[in-house]
Design a protein around this ligand. Structure first.
Ligand code: DAH
Length: 381
């Protein structure tokens, strides 16, 4: 019996002394494992006479229980210590001022894209997207752009090697292409207008979408970069008129430039995919020596600045998408996002916009929680 008492005292002390879970496991194996000393004692019970068993049995079982529960208690205590340590190490101070933990900033182009999505969401427009590697039919053919159009020339458009075609979505009716021999080529999309086609092919009108995104042309000077951003707008419904177009653009531009006195001028123009077509100018004036969008363009220092192209969707485009132009009409517009950003936030050179210079971004970028406003003034670009 004293053996059993000694063993119990020994293990209770050993368990209490364990400083970690590994040490505890060693003690457990030593006592209760297959070769353990407590296990060995339990095994001797079978050979005992009934009288002996009556005396020794409860003591041996008591030993096993005492050791088992001491192990469990110590394990819980050690796990608790580990959890406390982990929590202390991963502590986040939610009371720190926000600026102290902000390291990045929002690029002005991303900022403007967000603003545009928000303005048009209020007008009931959804955001649509399309691939940047586009096929000839979506980029040109379906938009009624003739084979001879200068936009199709090599010096304006990036054409892709035939191997790259697999990257397209295979949705290119090659017979509808540019009319060249062989399959129609793939291009880096030269504008966001192909998203008009994709939307009309995939959804049933009435439709109201904007499509912001990257576009590509082989240009490089102070006002042109090979990659830039456009936003496309498309409305298809019954009974749509030029009046709807003008109201929508006026509402959009007033919201974007944050001034109710922005006035528009629609100048007759030509785009193959709209008829009639109009280029849209906004009036500017000089305020405190700075050019600002808004005010009376006929006043001193005032004038007009072109901001976008637009028009009524050409019936041929509507028909190319499988819709009946006698039933469905619509308007479309396309606009350079980078130029909008430059105008609104006073950026006067386009090239650094895409150079990724952190100093430039610190100057023109926005903190994630900023609510930007017409702070930089309007550039003279
Ligand atoms: N896609 C034209 C371009 O890149 C811009 C444009 C003009 C888009 C008129 C339109 C539009 O939707 O109606 O120059």
């Amino acid at each position: 019996m004293t053996d059993i008492e000694e063993l119990k005292a020994h293990y209770l002390v050993a368990i209490d002394a364990c400083a970690g879970l590994e040490a505890l496991e060693t003690v457990r194996v030593e006592a209760l494992g297959k070769q353990g000393r407590v296990t060995a004692l339990l095994k001797t019970m079978g050979a005992l006479s009934p009288e002996e068993r009556q005396v020794k049995g409860p003591a041996i079982h008591g030993l096993r229980e005492a050791v088992t529960s001491a192990l469990a208690a110590r394990r819980a205590a050690l796990e608790n210590v580990a959890l406390e340590a982990k929590l202390a190490a991963e502590r986040v101070d939610v009371t720190l001022p926000v600026d102290a933990i902000l390291t990045g900033s929002v690029h002005p182009v991303s900022q403007v894209m967000d603003e545009l999505a928000e303005i048009f969401a209020d007008l009931g427009f959804a955001v649509a997207t399309g691939p940047e590697i586009e096929d000839d039919w979506h980029n040109f053919g379906a938009l009624n752009i003739p084979d001879t159009h200068p936009a199709r020339a090599m010096q304006d458009t990036f054409y892709l090697e035939p191997q790259a075609r697999a990257a397209g979505d295979g949705h290119s009716p090659s017979s509808d292409g540019a009319g060249q021999a062989g399959p129609a080529p793939f291009v880096l999309r030269t504008h966001t207008s192909p998203v008009q086609i994709r939307t009309m092919m995939q959804q049933q009108p009435p439709l109201r979408i904007i499509a912001p995104g990257r576009v590509y042309r082989s240009d490089w000077d102070a006002t042109h970069t090979p990659m830039f951003h456009q936003i496309e707008g498309l409305v298809i419904d019954r009974g749509i008129t030029l009046g709807h177009l003008k109201w929508t653009l006026e509402t959009f531009l007033r919201a974007f430039f944050e001034r109710d006195d922005v006035v528009l001028r629609l100048r007759p123009s030509y785009f193959p995919f709209t008829e009639p077509s109009a280029e849209v100018d906004v009036g500017f004036t000089i305020e405190k020596g700075k050019r600002v969008i808004g005010g009376d363009p006929n006043g001193p220092g005032g004038g007009w600045m072109e901001v976008l192209g637009s028009g009524m969707v050409h019936p041929k485009v509507i028909a190319a998408c499988g819709l009946d132009p006698a039933e469905w009409q619509g308007f479309a517009f396309g606009c350079g996002i980078d130029r909008l950003a430059m105008l609104k936030y006073g950026i006067d050179d386009l090239r650094p916009v895409f150079e990724g210079d952190i100093r430039w971004l610190k100057h023109y970028g926005f903190a994630a929680l900023d609510v930007p406003t017409l702070s930089g003034g309007v550039g003279t670009a």
